[in-house]
Design a protein. Structure first.
Length: 350
């Protein structure tokens, strides 16, 4: 499955791809104006792509009676057309579920003009590894695939080196989001890609929100058939980058400059700890990530982009003590906020 060369170039150079949240009214209906404004915020921040219909957009958008999957995909395209119609941007749509459902969602994404689907393997415990691979091949006949190693704590499953080695040989796979939140499993994916015949055709993106900075600074080195092979994670597709996005774009730019040097500044390394601290407060790992989506929405509410942190599931709320932690990180890292930038431009976006 071919992809636009200009989009492929952006993908391989590495960029910021925020996982797009869902803007709702208090009555749990789509807040169309703020959904558009949120996309325009990402575009104004300088991102190279957006991912819509993914975990942060809330899987319930697909539920019967909610039926927001197509509307949110269309909303992002409308925002791009209104904000900067000529700008090349990687457009990623989420695709989930059993093969038939994934094929349907991939078909819609292709029909609307998306470049890739982020193909989740979550919730498919009954599938064998061969069935997962065949599902990927079938989706890849419709649209290029952005692979996704989802952490087991939120519905993913452990997949070893041999699986990813076979996965990397699928021609339609153009990128992989490596998000097991585990260093050993992360290493498995990178090693598998480096040993595949398609190592130069697959872009690696960090999805490890808890440790993304070190992912982006690391050069992985292997011997393949006696020859040295190196590979980097070139960018990130992150829920962490759904807020404070302008700073994320600046940070990735700084990381790219540092990669060309022999030394990493101490201050840049120290930021890795800062971002882990922020991520712990927002993603709520102490409660098995139950407060992740309302946590991200609360950050966007505080920045002035959302009216509330409402979720389609009314019971989805911040976990006990999570608000206190969010208040703490706001007080600790005020320089990371995009609040002033958003205040200056919100009227234009909305």
């Amino acid at each position: 499955m071919a992809m636009d060369p200009e989009i492929d170039e952006i993908l391989h150079k590495g960029t910021v791809i925020p996982a797009h949240p869902l803007a709702l009214t208090e009555s749990r209906e789509l807040d169309e104006k703020r959904q558009l404004a949120l996309t325009k915020y990402y575009l104004a921040s300088g991102v190279g792509g957006i991912a819509v219909g993914v975990h942060t957009t809330q899987f319930e958008i697909r539920d019967e009676g909610v039926d927001l999957f197509r509307p949110v995909l269309e909303s992002a395209l409308q925002a791009i057309e209104e904000f900067d119609p000529g700008r090349p941007l990687i457009k990623v749509a989420g695709a989930v579920g059993p093969t038939r459902r994934a094929l349907s969602e991939a078909g819609l994404a292709a029909e609307l003009g998306y470049d890739l689907v982020l193909l989740s393997m979550g919730g498919l415990e009954s599938y064998t590894e061969e069935e997962l691979l065949e599902r990927t091949r079938e989706v890849g006949e419709i649209i290029p695939v952005f692979g996704f190693y989802l952490q087991p704590a939120v519905g993913g499953r452990e997949l070893d080196y041999e699986f990813w080695r076979r996965f990397a040989e699928i021609p339609a796979v153009k990128a992989i989001k490596v998000a097991p939140f585990d260093r050993y499993r992360t290493f498995d994916v990178v090693r598998a890609v480096c040993h595949s015949s398609r190592r130069s055709e697959i872009a690696l993106y960090t999805g490890n929100d808890d440790n993304f900075l070190f992912d982006l600074l690391t050069t992985y080195r292997f011997k393949v058939d006696g020859e040295p092979v190196e590979k980097r994670m070139v960018g990130g597709l992150l829920g962490q980058w759904a807020f404070w996005t302008r700073g994320a774009v600046e940070l990735l730019g700084e990381i790219k400059k540092v990669r060309e040097k022999d030394k990493v500044p101490r201050e840049l390394l120290a930021q890795g700890g800062d971002w882990t601290d922020v991520n712990e407060a927002v993603f709520d790992p102490s409660h098995n990530f139950e407060g992740c989506i309302p946590g991200i929405n609360e950050m966007l509410r505080r920045e002035g982009l959302l009216k509330g942190r409402w979720c389609l599931k009314r019971e989805k709320e911040l976990s006990p003590g999570q608000m206190k932690e969010i208040e703490r990180i706001y007080a600790t890292y005020p320089h990371l906020s995009d609040g002033e930038f958003i205040e200056r431009h919100m009227d234009d976006w909305i």
